[in-house]
Design a protein around this ligand. Structure first.
Ligand code: DAH
Length: 350
């Protein structure tokens, strides 16, 4: 009889613990079974009224039941503590879910513009190529038909390395000095020496000039260079490609024009202007956006491409300038200050 009641007590303890979800509930239930007025104590007290010969068996069953009930409580407490620990760690993390962009930061606006520009040109068959930011005077100037006395070569304009410096990974033509490239046009030369036409390449990269920094100039900035060399390429191809590009970037309403200009490495040379009806303060005004022209036959000759067989066009633009126009930014220094109030405005834009 006692045995059956003890088993019922164990089952009752098990059932009661199943409903417990906090440590304070657990304490209450524990008092009900193991406390001084609890069920088990009540049973133990009953030993007094049991015949002497039954006492050992009763004691044994009582100890067995006590052991089982204590184990049940211990087990339940461990589970409760585990739950408490998990709760204090916050929401469970599923590492297989894709990360949330706002927690991982966003791409810099210049990177976004660069990617947009590259993707437009990729769609019309251009391949992305890159070269070193350290360049030599021959690749940056001589091969681009830039005269010896051109002001860009001046030490006031270009950052030269000391004569004794060596950059084993940057090929020199002769023994000419190293410098930090002033434009990405030098990538045209490296590409044409490496690959044979037909060529369609687009080359993004960092450039350096000995400029004092103001709202529109920075000693360090970024450009994208384009080069297209094939049979019978004309200014019409140049205009067609650039019009397509500018419409893709600025929208269908963009108007463009080529304005005669001069660059040592293109003949004829042009500035590209664009006009957009809804561009804030700059609406409906002609704005200069990039330089371009037909690759000068002398440049082709310097990289061993026969100008009688091949013709081409080239263009170059500043990524900062394009980004400033796209987003109405009026100070180039915002790009380099890492101010979250500025950067976070671009975090959700593609
Ligand atoms: N390299 C020129 C600059 O930095 C930009 C440029 C103009 C690049 C005309 C070209 C070009 O490829 O054809 O101002």
């Amino acid at each position: 009889m006692e045995n059956q009641n003890l088993q019922a007590l164990v089952a009752d303890a098990e059932e009661s613990l199943r409903k417990v979800s906090t440590q304070s509930q657990w304490e209450q239930v524990k008092a009900r079974f193991l406390g001084p007025n609890g069920g088990l104590t009540h049973f133990a007290k009953g030993i007094a009224s049991i015949p002497k010969e039954d006492k050992p068996a009763f004691g044994k069953s009582l100890n067995l039941a006590k052991g089982k009930i204590e184990a049940l409580f211990q087990n339940s407490l461990s589970k409760l503590q585990e739950l408490e620990d998990l709760k204090s760690l916050g929401n469970q993390v599923d590492p297989t879910l894709p990360s949330v962009p706002s927690y991982t930061g966003g791409l810099h606006p210049l990177t976004k513009t660069k990617r947009r520009i590259l993707s437009i040109f990729r769609r019309i068959g251009f391949t992305v190529t890159e070269a070193s930011e350290v360049e030599t005077e021959w690749f940056c100037f001589d091969a681009l038909n830039t005269p010896d006395d051109h002001p860009a070569r001046d030490e006031q304009d270009t950052l030269f390395f000391p004569r004794e410096s060596k950059w084993a990974n940057v090929k020199q033509k002769k023994q000419e000095p190293y410098l930090l490239r002033t434009h990405t046009s030098s990538v045209q030369i490296r590409t044409m020496l490496r690959e044979k036409p037909p060529l369609r390449v687009i080359a993004p990269g960092r450039c350096f000039r000995r400029d004092t920094v103001d709202a529109t100039h920075s000693a360090n900035f970024h450009q994208i260079e384009g080069l297209f060399v094939d049979h019978s390429v004309t200014v019409r191809d140049l205009k067609g490609v650039l019009d397509f590009f500018l419409r893709e970037l600025f929208g269908e309403k963009v108007d463009t024009r080529l304005r005669p200009s001069f660059f040592p490495f293109t003949e004829p040379s042009f500035e590209v202007d664009l006009k957009i009806p809804d561009l804030g303060k700059l609406s409906n005004k002609w704005i200069e956006i990039m330089g371009c022209g037909m690759v000068d036959p002398k440049v082709l000759g310097l990289v061993n491409i026969d100008p009688k067989e091949w013709t081409g066009f080239a263009f170059g633009m500043g990524i900062e300038r394009v980004t400033m126009l796209l987003h109405g930014i009026d100070d180039i220094r915002h790009f380099y200050q890492n101010d979250q109030r500025f950067l976070s405005q671009f975090s959700s834009q593609v």
